[in-house]
Design a binder for this molecule. Structure first.
Ligand code: GCW
Length: 645
């Protein structure tokens, strides 16, 4: 076993000749390239009985899924598509890794989302926006001539957890990606990924026709602009026939878009959708829009997009971040979910830990993903969870999708922190089946990444399951948000005040600390963002007495002396929460140290040193935030907690 984490969760031992004797991997001919990969994986690693890989064109309902069945003396994997057989093969290998009994097995797996996609924020110069695992995996300067072996390893890892699509480049997109020389490089990657059932998408810059096409402008209603996009799309599909489509960040944080020409998001998205439609391509159009106006940033996406409901083509999906501000440690869900009845919506998570301690902090994100997916929006009555609104259950969709911003780079362990691999894994597993629990996913991941020994699995799982709440506690408890240091978003800077900076990028905009209290009043007496939620959530969130305490300072400006449910004042509770976060991380260090004998020395030391950084950072957060907020609360820090340094 490599000790640098490069194998991820794919630590299969090759079979010996003796183990393979008498067992066959049977596939009907002719065998497509993807099925060939499935067969090779099983030929190399499968120690169980004979496996029959069957493509059954009558089983359309399986979509990209599969059936695994025990048949007297062998196993059968039945799928409707080639990809289904590949996913079925990885399922078998997972069961083998976990040491499961396969006798009598009979299960059917159908993915919850059609498109399960990673968004890379990788720039063409090799840097990665908000990337904390080294430079980009894509070697643009060497492509298409040199093909790094990591491209296939990357694709294989994705396929093993059901991810079937990737956006290669940053949403802050360079127009150059659409130049013919770059498209050749993209094709080279697509040719590798295709073997693992992965489709390539690109982020586009809305001004491309003007910047690289020599067109006078990029107005979506200008026939020349439309013709340029049609021709460009034709050119792409000529070399990449299974190209997925475009991801677009438009009129957001300074990016160009249709509004530059007084057109709407729908005008822009539909132009691209029309160009892609003949090839079955998709447009993922982001709803992450806000401007420094008097309107609460948390309300702006809803205000811009709800009026456009029904105006989008059926191959456009509106891609919405889980929370209305920006991938914070905890946010309520974006109220735009479910508020457009005639428009397909998808969720965007962030796996890379921009706001969660980069690749230094151990934060297992499945609980965050689940919290949002399971949130009830009440959009079509009780039970209208975000999962059901986006997976085709409650809203019809031509194709459904789910996305997350990748945390992958060229570090040998791919993600910087060994435990950040679990977040890539968790996203893939939830994109396949959003009913899996955080506990199940952690358990699978630990067993396949480290060891199946219960003495290791149980405590590590507990640590992982607690880690997101710990981060919320030591960074931003009780609904606090965006009090990060300016721009890099690593440490605390609630006092931050950049002269001449955008007011909506200043921490004070979000915490509003003053002698009266703390928090953003989004109730009817404030910005009234609560009104964007369906009943009864508007009332529940809008009333200080019924608002869940973990969102208190998100929705209300709360007096320091306000009494919490446990009897403490808000100020005291804030102190205890920060301290609890610190103590949780100290406990993680002890858990890890005790389990040294179960882990190889390299990974043990790597994680140990990162936990040290995390503990130090947690204290930094606690001290910085409490000492700063204390200048407003003017109350003592309880003696029961660890004293600020
Ligand atoms: O979270 C913010 C990041 C930006 C990012 C932007 C977005 C790619 O700070 O770096 O830009 O969101 O999602 O578009």
């Amino acid at each position: 076993l490599a000790e640098d984490g490069s194998l991820l969760w794919l630590r299969y031992d090759p079979v010996t000749a003796a183990q393979a004797a008498g067992r066959h991997i049977i596939v009907a001919k002719p065998m497509g390239a993807i099925v060939q990969v499935a067969k090779t994986e099983l030929d190399t690693y499968w120690r169980g009985p004979t496996v029959d890989l069957v493509l059954d064109k009558k089983m359309k309902h399986l979509n990209e899924g599969y059936q695994l069945k025990w048949k007297k003396d062998h196993l059968q994997v039945v799928a409707y598509k080639d990809r289904g057989l590949l996913y079925g093969a990885y399922h078998l290998l997972r069961l083998q890794q976990e040491g499961r009994d396969l006798q009598g097995i009979d299960l059917t797996e159908i993915p919850d989302y059609d498109v399960r996609i990673l968004n890379h924020w990788d720039n063409l110069d090799g840097t990665v926006e908000r990337g904390y695992a080294g430079r980009s995996l894509w070697k643009w300067d060497e492509l298409p001539t040199a093909i790094s072996p990591r491209y296939a390893a990357y694709a294989r890892s994705n396929a093993s957890i059901g991810i079937n699509a990737v956006v290669l480049n940053n949403v802050n997109a360079s127009p150059d990606i659409l130049r013919p020389d770059y498209l050749l490089k993209v094709k080279a990657l697509a040719d590798v990924f295709r073997l693992y059932g992965i489709q390539v998408y690109l982020s586009i810059n809305f001004s491309s026709p003007k910047v690289i096409g020599g067109v006078h402008d990029s107005d979506p209603l200008n026939p020349e602009v439309r013709a340029w996009w049609k021709a460009k799309v034709r050119e792409i599909y000529k070399s990449i026939p299974d190209f997925g489509g475009f991801l677009v960040k438009a009129n957001s944080e300074g990016q160009p878009g249709p509004q530059d020409y007084n057109r709407t998001h729908a005008d822009g998205a539909n132009m691209l959708a029309d160009a892609l439609a003949p090839y079955n391509g998709l447009v993922m159009w982001r709803a992450f829009v806000y401007n420094p106006t008097n309107e609460d940033r948390a309300k702006q996406a809803y205000l811009e997009f709800v009026p456009l409901d029904g105006a989008f083509r059926d191959n456009v999906i509106i891609q919405i971040k889980n929370g209305p501000i920006d991938f914070q440690p905890r946010e309520p869900f974006t109220p735009l979910f479910g508020a457009m009845k005639e428009t397909t919506q998808m969720i965007e998570f962030q796996i890379t830990q921009e706001y969660l301690g980069f690749s230094n902090h151990l934060v297992y994100l499945a609980p965050l993903f689940k919290e949002t997916l399971d949130s009830d929006t009440y959009a079509s009555g009780k039970g209208s969870t975000i999962a059901k609104l986006t997976d085709g259950t409650l809203r019809t969709a031509k194709r459904t999708a789910i996305a997350a911003v990748a945390n992958i780079g060229e570090d040998s362990n791919w993600t910087g922190h060994n435990f950040a691999q679990a977040n890539w894994y968790a996203f893939g597993r939830l994109a396949w089946n959003h009913s899996l629990t955080s506990d199940q996913i952690a358990s699978e991941w630990i067993r396949s990444t480290f060891t199946p020994h219960e003495e290791f699995v149980q405590p590590i799982k507990q640590m992982m399951l607690e880690s997101r709440e710990a981060a919320v506690n030591y960074m931003m408890p009780l609904g606090l948000h965006h009090i990060f240091a300016f721009d890099h978003h690593y440490g605390p800077e609630p006092w931050g005040d950049r002269q001449g900076g955008r007011p909506d990028w200043m921490p004070w905009y979000y915490h509003n600390a003053n002698s009266a209290g703390l928090g953003f009043d989004r109730s009817a007496t404030g910005s009234n963002a609560v009104s964007q939620y369906f009943a009864p959530l508007d009332r529940i969130y809008g009333d200080l007495e019924t608002c869940p305490e973990n969102f208190l300072l998100w929705f209300h400006h709360v007096p320091w002396s306000y009494q919490m449910k446990n009897g403490r004042s808000m100020w005291a509770e804030l102190c205890y929460k920060y301290d609890e976060g610190v103590q949780q991380v100290r406990a993680f260090q002890q858990i890890w140290d005790k389990l040294e004998s179960h882990v190889d020395s390299q990974r043990f030391a790597d994680v140990q040193s990162k936990l040290k950084i995390q503990a130090k950072d947690a204290v930094w957060w606690k001290d910085a935030c409490l000492l700063y907020f204390q200048t407003f609360s003017e109350q003592p820090i309880p003696y029961a907690i660890e004293r600020p340094i």
